[in-house]
Design a protein around this ligand. Sequence first.
Ligand SMILES: [Zn+2]
Length: 175
Amino acid sequence: MIVREGRVFAKVITGFCPMEYSEKDAVFMQNALQLARRAFEQDEVPVGALVISPGGEILGQGYNRTEELGCQDQHAEMIAIRQACALRGDWRLDDCTLYVTLEPCVMCLGCIALSRIGRLVFGADSPHYGYRGQREDLCRLYAQTIKNVTTGVCKEEVELLLKEFFKKQRKRDAV
Ligand SMILES: [Zn+2]
């Protein structure tokens, strides 16, 4: 695994995908992957997320619980953000970093942006529901507010976990 120091990337909406990240990023992404595996075990789309303070403390964590709780607002990022806000007693998370295994959807991006999260780090792209997808104009306003995005952290592992999940689901549906 090639690990380099992270850089600041301002061009979020152009499809520019920085592949450089720090060792710390990889460690937190592994934690997020652990959470994603918990979702996998519960037949949820495997996505995990963490909100990290500037000092490296975990303020919030979550994994996708859409099926369990029967609502699309139970995405990993939403759960992690909710927890972090409750812990801090403040909705402003501008000094925090959000790690998530998969590129956020538009709903989660809205919550990330409105929470003023300073940095977003994600693993794999989500071509169908990811905020960058084909809907750049729609997301321009939100996407521009996030100035620092790092992608591709532990990407292969995230993609493998997702592939395994959908393979399992297809098998189940075929029965
Ligand atoms: Zn989402």
